[in-house]
Write a protein that binds this ligand. Structure first.
Ligand code: ARG
Length: 456
């Protein structure tokens, strides 16, 4: 088979080399973007009278036909045509003949692939932004409908202080909000046109880069043609954003896994989001959460993979850059799927409110409350902390909790302690005393929900 670049070669390519060199298995994902980019390029060639109008029209019609055929029945691509760009050109050649050869006038595969990747990244990042937003809406819904649930808050995975479940859950809303902001901000670096930069130096034809920029809805044109064809920062940046999202999901996943363990039993996942064991009949496993936690590792491997590929590359295009796609495509799709799956898992999960309430009444997460109560009696906080600590120690020895301590024992600590101490120690009161804007009181969390809703 003749290569599109075969002119200066006397010998055919070694078969192993051909297979090693080919990227079609991966970059066929760029089919739509490649057609879009080529149509814009050819429209420009026509407008600038670089190729005759009729030739441009037959190329454009041919490309549109290929697009339609591909939508009905995926086209067959060949490894011997290396990548998606050359495959499309060969298919166009079969369809319209020699004139297909005019499509590549004033263009290189270097600005072509860069254009495809910019279009692809923009479209996928928009899709990811939507998926995150949908997940954030679910989080707000679940937070609203469980506003009355109090859970123990943890530090060091040790019971710390009572908090609203909604307050805890909304933490993930705010992480995802930062993720969404970062993605939205990155669009200004993604949506830039490299088309017209040629192989690296620009082109001798009287092209109109601003015209293709506007046809493809890019916001600007790269100021430097060498940078345009060798820049992959926007891909790495998106992968870094993806890594942060996956890291957030992984932390959330870890909590879900803990919460549905027998030991916690705070939540029950829907059967639709769980799996069983082939040997242990009693098992219901949180596989989705575990997979997402695991995939966050895979995705960060891709990020490092691309970073290492880029490090040390001389300008401008080098074939190493072909490696960007498999890292990027897999990381992107994994992230979009993980956000979707997590969304469904949280939407269908149920809270085991009685278990949670029982847990909260059998711990020392109200110990800070006792110290704060003593402060109201004018005891310095450090002293109050020590007195409470001593009492907690006694309780542990006796196997009781602070609400079980008789008033006489409290009064032995300080004569002014009265019955009100028991109200003070109750989780709901502990929560509702924390009225700062970002705190855990019902009022505060309702305010935070309002803020969250305004962002959706
Ligand atoms: N398949 C190539 C890639 O993804 C397209 C660009 C090829 N350019 C070249 N000069 N060989 O990087």
């Amino acid at each position: 088979m003749n290569k599109l670049w075969g002119g200066r070669f006397e010998q055919g390519m070694d078969q192993k080399v051909e297979a090693f060199n080919a990227s079609i298995d991966v970059d066929q994902a760029l089919f739509t973007q490649d057609i879009e980019g080529s149509i814009a390029h050819v429209k420009m060639l026509k407008k600038q009278a670089i190729i005759p109008s009729t030739d441009a029209d037959s190329i454009i019609n041919g490309l549109l036909e290929l697009k339609e055929e591909h939508a009905n029945q995926p086209l067959t691509f060949s490894k011997s045509y290396e990548d998606i760009h050359l495959n499309i050109e060969m298919l166009l050649h079969e369809k319209i003949g020699e004139v297909a050869g005019k499509m590549h006038t004033g263009r290189s595969r270097n600005d072509q692939v860069a254009t495809d990747m910019h279009l692809y990244t923009n479209q996928k990042v928009q899709q990811l932004i939507k998926a995150i937003q949908a997940f954030q809406s679910t989080i707000v819904q679940v937070a609203k409908s469980n506003i009355d649930v109090i859970i123990p808050g943890y530090t060091h995975l040790q019971r710390a202080q009572p908090i609203l479940f909604s307050h805890h859950l909304l933490t993930y809303f705010w992480m995802l909000q930062r993720d969404r902001d970062r993605l939205a901000d990155s669009i200004k670096r993604i949506n830039i046109s490299p088309l017209g930069s040629g192989a690296l130096a620009g082109t001798t034809y009287p092209t109109d880069q601003r015209y293709t920029q506007s046809l493809l809805n890019f916001d600007d044109v790269y100021p430097n043609s060498i940078d345009a064809v060798s820049d992959r920062d926007y891909i790495l940046e998106t992968m870094n954003n993806i890594n942060l999202i996956m890291m957030h999901l992984s932390r959330f996943a870890e909590e879900i896994i803990l919460w549905c363990s027998h030991e916690f039993n705070f939540v029950t996942l829907s059967d639709a989001y769980s799996t069983g064991s082939s040997i242990m009949p009693q098992k219901k496993n949180p596989d989705m959460a575990e997979l997402i936690r695991g995939k966050s590792g895979t995705v960060s491997g891709h990020y490092i993979g691309l970073l290492m590929t880029l490090k040390g590359l001389p300008l401008a295009y080098n074939k190493d850059l072909q490696e960007d796609k498999q890292h990027f495509f897999e990381a992107l799709q994994t992230c979009i799927d993980s956000v979707d799956i997590f969304n469904g898992m949280i939407e269908t999960m149920t809270l085991n409110k009685t278990v949670i309430e029982k847990a909260l009444n059998n711990d020392f997460s109200n110990a800070t409350e006792l110290a704060d109560y003593l402060v109201t009696l004018n005891i310095p906080f450090r002293k109050a902390h020590e007195l409470t600590g001593l009492l907690v120690k006694q309780c542990i020895d006796k196997g009781i909790y602070l609400l079980d301590v008789p008033l006489s024992t409290y009064q032995a600590i300080h004569s002014e302690i009265d019955e009100t101490v028991y109200e003070y120690l109750k989780p709901l009161n502990a929560v509702n005393r924390r009225q700062n804007e970002n705190g855990t009181s019902t009022q505060s969390v309702l305010g935070q929900i309002k803020k969250a809703e305004a962002l959706l």
